[in-house]
Ligand binder design. Structure first.
Ligand code: DAH
Length: 346
């Protein structure tokens, strides 16, 4: 039984070797590969037959089967390289072949500027020890509003025109719902950012879109102060913009922070002179931020007497427009490849 199988394997190897060395092209070679080494191939069939051998004989047969398999693989590889070498050789003597002709250019894709800036921001924050989190675009009313201290009767709900879904859920109007989600998910203290798309039922113009991008940042710690907040926002903006930017801070009202601020940056499209992007004011609202409201901490399961935090919601579309001096937000979702291709790197 054993001798028979070993002999059969030897013959198989010999037969395969003969066939491979005379295979005329890549197609024929591929067929042989399947015939001998494939799942239903001859070597596999021989290996299956090993099951019928006495247990003591199996290692000998197994070793043989491996040898034969290796032999066939090597034969195929070497035939393949020599076929390829022949092909190139033929091309070189072909009078119609001109090695100096330019090859057709392959189109190289480019990343969208919002993707570029998101990746940059993620790098900046990762280096500062922030988690990178991802939360749903289809949200519940609780996480988008109530959990953020915006009850149904609160006028702040009018500040955000919402796309409601027929099942009672909504398209998140900001990335802030991630705040309560993150507090519930991670033990304090922690720091995290959550970038993503947000949606508002907006009239579209040069500076408003129904779909845009934000990055939310949240830091939960003991004893966080307004000084911490302002300092962190300054570091963050200079890292992100990679240049000194002129900023100003105004009080801002958001139900989920107390106190809240609007951080404005001098318009980098017009240099502060006034243009469509900054609505002729010379300033662009860029970074609303504040200290996390005690009610929000409570919704996140944290005791406001023990824990505090700062949060910001950075609008990426505006930032991209500032950074690349794009005058109309509608370019961003236009899908126009001529626009995107300007951001090709390298
Ligand atoms: N979620 C707010 C919006 O989209 C922006 C915001 C304001 C986020 C203040 C914050 C914050 O984290 O502290 O309008």
């Amino acid at each position: 039984m054993l001798e028979q199988l070993v002999q059969q394997l030897d013959e198989l190897g010999q037969r395969a070797d003969d066939a491979v060395t005379t295979a005329g092209d890549e197609d024929a070679l591929r067929k042989l590969e399947i015939r001998f080494l494939g799942k239903k191939g001859a070597v596999t069939a021989a290996m299956k037959a090993m099951g019928k051998l006495a247990p003591g004989d199996r290692p000998v047969a197994g070793k043989k089967a491996n040898e034969v398999r290796n032999l066939i693989t090597t034969a195929i590889d070497s035939r393949r390289s020599s076929l390829e070498a022949d092909r190139i050789q033929r091309l070189c003597v072909d009078p119609h072949f001109d090695a100096t002709l330019p090859t057709p250019r392959r189109g190289v894709g480019a990343l969208h500027p919002v993707t570029l800036i998101t990746q940059h921001i993620e790098d900046v924050f990762r280096a500062m020890g922030f988690h990178l989190l991802d939360y749903p675009e289809v949200e519940t009313e609780f996480f988008n509003f109530d959990g953020l201290n915006i009850p149904a009767s609160h006028p702040a709900r009018d500040m955000q025109d919402t796309f409601w879904l027929s099942n009672g859920l909504l398209l998140r109007t900001h990335t802030s719902p991630g705040q309560v989600r993150a507090m519930r998910e991670y033990d304090a203290p922690f720091r995290a950012i959550f970038p993503g798309k947000v949606y508002r039922f907006e009239e579209v113009d040069a500076s408003h879109e129904h779909t845009f991008h934000q990055v939310e940042g949240l830091m939960i710690e003991r004893d966080i102060s307004v000084a911490n907040l302002i300092d962190s926002m300054k570091i963050l903006l200079s890292e992100i913009l990679e240049r000194e930017a002129t900023i100003r801070l105004r009080p801002g009202y958001f139900p989920f922070v107390e106190p809240g601020f609007e951080l404005d940056i001098q318009c980098q499209v017009c240099g502060g002179k006034g243009c469509a992007v900054c609505k002729r004011s010379g300033w662009v609202e860029l970074l609303p931020c504040g200290l996390v409201h005690p009610n929000v901490l409570r919704h996140g399961g944290l005791d406001p007497d023990e824990w505090s935090g700062w949060a910001f919601g950075l609008g990426l579309s505006r930032l991209v427009m500032m950074k690349y001096q794009i005058e109309d937000i509608r370019h961003l979702l236009s899908g126009d490849l001529r626009f995107i291709s300007q951001f090709r790197q390298g």
